[in-house]
Design a protein. Structure first.
Length: 346
């Protein structure tokens, strides 16, 4: 069986309008009534029309590619690699190639000549490349908000990071923790800022001081282990440690084992039992991944669904480029809490 490609003329005939009206309606150009534009788009979707990407690039003098800028530490983090794969997959569905930009960035003008739009993930105000990217003259979508002074992006996809940390703190408290701690990421990204602020506000609301220790944005297991050892030695009453950076949870587990703390309990007895802080320790992570799922014991974590998040960022950029949504659009991305043995649950 063979399938014929649906053309603009097919859509025009089905919608009862001219071919030029279909073209204008789908590109968001020309003087087309909103009702006609909606009808043409609905017919095109129903027929399965897909624009000829090569012809479209010629008409618009576009490159057929979009750029992806990740934090400099991304290459060794499971989260960002999954995010990138999701973004690439979604961009290809719109006939767009994905160009991974060097962490140091480049002048905005040079980037704008190579891509039709940009994805900038977890932009740090301290990243010298970000202002040039945001002012490159092409649509830009950020993964998380940009808190710096430069020109704002064309759109953003955001997670409720305050809610996810609140869920973790509530969870370890329900499992018996009375003195929780957070290994918070350094830096001024929206994610890092939200986690530190939430730890403080949650503590005030519950009358409990969250022991806050700062670690690098992409802390290694060794860095997390050293910080956790120092924390638990200086403050042995801590009975729950939540680590923020992706992949750092095994370091917390190593520190607990070295100090004789039994992970998954709060008092050295049955999992999740409430009692006087002692040898027990609950462990959780702000980012789920291979390191948390494969740890011993497996670590309770927030699943940020990075591949789906990358798809969502690329989809918003594709929608802006194709005039399917307005610039300045902000979309929300959902997360879930995965409870495991490190907090007394399987």
């Amino acid at each position: 069986m063979t399938f014929r490609t649906v053309t603009l003329l097919d859509v025009a005939r089905a919608a009862g309008v001219s071919k030029s009206t279909v073209s204008d309606a789908l590109q968001g150009s020309g003087r087309v009534a909103e009702a006609t534009r909606d009808r043409v788009r609905a017919v095109a979707d129903e027929l399965g029309y897909r624009p000829n990407s090569a012809a479209r690039r010629l008409r618009r003098a576009s490159t057929g590619a979009v750029g992806l800028h990740l934090p400099a530490t991304a290459t060794r983090l499971d989260y960002y690699m999954n995010l990138a794969f999701g973004a690439v997959e979604r961009a290809q569905e719109d006939g767009l190639d994905m160009v991974l930009l060097a962490p140091s960035g480049a002048a905005g003008g040079r980037i704008a000549s190579r891509v039709d739009g940009l994805l900038v993930i977890d932009p740090e105000p301290g990243d010298s490349a970000v202002p040039g990217l945001l002012d490159a003259g092409v649509p830009v979508v950020t993964g998380e908000r940009y808190l710096g002074p430069a020109t704002g992006p064309s759109g953003a996809v955001v997670c409720d990071n305050a809610a996810s940390l609140t869920a973790l703190l509530d969870h370890v408290t329900e499992r018996g923790a009375r003195r929780p701690a957070l290994l918070a990421p350094s830096g001024s990204s929206a994610w890092a800022t939200a986690l530190r602020a939430t730890a403080r506000s949650w503590g005030r609301a519950h009358g409990v001081e969250v022991a806050l220790r700062t670690v690098p944005f992409a802390a290694t297991p060794a860095e997390a282990e050293a910080t956790t050892r120092a924390l638990l030695t200086a403050d042995p009453a801590v009975d729950a440690v939540i680590c923020a950076p992706d992949g750092s949870a095994p370091g917390v587990l190593c520190a607990a084992a070295a100090l004789g703390r039994r992970v998954g309990t709060t008092d050295g007895g049955s999992p999740g039992s409430v009692g006087t802080p002692g040898p027990g320790l609950l462990v959780a992570s702000c980012v789920d991944g291979t390191a948390t799922r494969g740890a011993e014991p497996p670590v309770t974590a927030v699943d940020l669904r990075p591949a789906a998040y990358g798809r969502a960022c690329a989809e918003l950029l594709c929608d802006i480029l194709a005039d399917r949504t307005a610039p300045d659009t902000v979309r929300r991305h959902a997360w879930s809490l995965e409870t495991r043995a490190s907090t007394g649950l399987s």
